[in-house]
Design a protein around this ligand. Structure first.
Ligand code: CTP
Length: 402
């Protein structure tokens, strides 16, 4: 999955002949999973039509501060556009627009949006070879990069003038690859290894029956996806769950019982950087598993249960460099019990769910958590989707580990 997946991209198109390639760029960004909003200068419309770009981006193209709608003039809010964006790409970026960007000139919507954008801004210059190496252009590039903008250098080849040299806008696919590489390189968990346990465990009674619980595995899967989106490689040890995960950075180890989960965890835990145990592991399992289906011959039937291995406690016992996070599902004296678990299992943090909170715990799409640090200090969050909760958990972990 591309790092651009789910990202909001503002594409600024200015008036250079390479603007015809912006149609391909919109397609490439959308193929990578991004939402694309095009903002173009008036003059850029001489090179590519707004209709082409709005059709491809599935959004109206903006080019002026006001637009006529049903005889009413409405305002195109550049501040909102700037805040919506996760990143902005100006491609092609002409010498004129780049110079204005470096000066803070604000005489069109694209420039106002650029000044309002708080996100990373990439620019892909496109100009003739002598313009490209002119000291004023070099100065502009330097100034823009000193502001934190990221330059996607022009390539060499035949130019619109017929001359051959550097000045061609990078090809759309190369612009996307450049941005992906740059973003990946800046991901906070790049190069880190994360282990996550998730889902229920099934403890066999006989070949057809088991002891299990209602965990769906959603919380752990959201944590795995979040870790991967932050650049980590993830080992997800997943008990029986209907959820299918397909992500190049996530290896799913499908397990059934607590014993399977224990074994799978210990094949990957040793060299990991962060481990999170969100699985609802059965605390007890049948002492003996019947080889054949048990017949209902007797009026009463008793199963002798023995404790399963506490996977998290075993991780805490051998913990070295790992930042170890557990979950605690409690119904009473919640914080006190969670802190006891944190200490007993040698954790760095624990995520508390209370079954008293409506919308928290199993079989829901939402969760309400309190994140408790090693020193026992709690941070409580509102009821949120499990995806947002995963994000909150990683925000706390990043604060503690980076
Ligand atoms: N856990 C585990 N292996 C087990 C039991 C629990 O790894 N055999 C982990 C869970 O994944 C969770 C944490 O331990 O991160 C706490 O689980 P919880 O069920 O709340 O507590 P228990 O330790 O099982 O204690 P109790 O059921 O008595 O509250």
């Amino acid at each position: 999955m591309s790092v651009l997946s789910g990202k909001n991209v503002l594409l600024g198109v200015t008036a250079g002949i390479a603007a015809y390639k912006s149609a391909t760029l919109v397609r490439a960004l959308i193929k990578a999973g991004a939402s694309v909003q095009v903002v173009m200068t008036e003059k850029a419309k001489d090179f590519v039509t707004p209709l082409t770009l709005s059709t491809l981006s599935k959004r109206p193209v903006h080019s002026s501060f006001t637009k006529e709608e049903d005889d009413n003039a409405t305002w195109t809010n550049h501040v909102e556009l700037g805040l919506w964006a996760d990143l902005m790409v100006v491609a092609p970026a002409t010498a004129n627009t780049l110079s204005k960007m470096s000066q803070g000139t604000c005489d069109n919507l694209l420039l106002a949006t650029y000044l309002s954008a708080k996100c990373p801004v990439y620019f892909a210059p496109a100009m003739d070879l002598d313009m490209y190496i002119h000291p004023s252009s070099t100065n502009t590039f330097e100034k823009l990069t000193s502001f934190g903008n990221i330059m996607i250098p022009a390539t060499s080849g035949e130019l619109a003038s017929g001359l051959v040299g550097q000045g061609r806008m990078a090809e759309p696919e190369d612009i996307v690859a450049f941005i992906e590489n740059d973003m990946q390189g800046k991901l906070p968990l790049r190069g880190k290894k994360v282990v996550i346990t998730a889902g229920p465990t099934y403890e066999a009674i006989d070949p057809v029956r088991f002891i299990g619980n209602h965990s769906s595995g959603t919380m752990g899967c959201e944590l795995a996806l979040k870790a991967a989106s932050l650049g980590a490689t993830v080992d997800l040890i997943l008990g029986p769950s209907a959820i299918k995960i397909d992500h190049s950075l996530i290896t799913v180890h499908a397990v059934v019982s607590g014993e399977d989960m224990y074994n799978a965890v210990h094949t990957v835990y040793g060299d990991c950087d962060i481990a999170i145990a969100s699985a609802a592991v059965a605390d007890y399992r049948p002492a003996h598993v019947a080889q054949e289906k048990i017949k209902k011959n007797d009026d009463e039937f008793t199963i002798h249960l023995v404790k399963t291995k506490d996977i998290l406690a075993s991780m805490g016992e051998i913990k070295k460099q790992q930042f170890l996070v557990g979950f605690a599902l409690e119904t009473e004296n919640e914080q006190e019990n969670a802190i006891k678990k944190l200490r007993k299992k040698n954790l760095d943090a624990i995520v508390l769910n209370s079954l008293k909170d409506k919308g928290a715990g199993f079989k829901t799409k939402t969760n309400k958590i309190t994140f408790i640090d090693k020193d026992g200090s709690p941070t409580s969050y509102d009821l949120k989707s499990k995806k947002e909760v995963a994000s909150d958990i990683f925000d706390r972990i990043l604060l503690k580990t980076i």
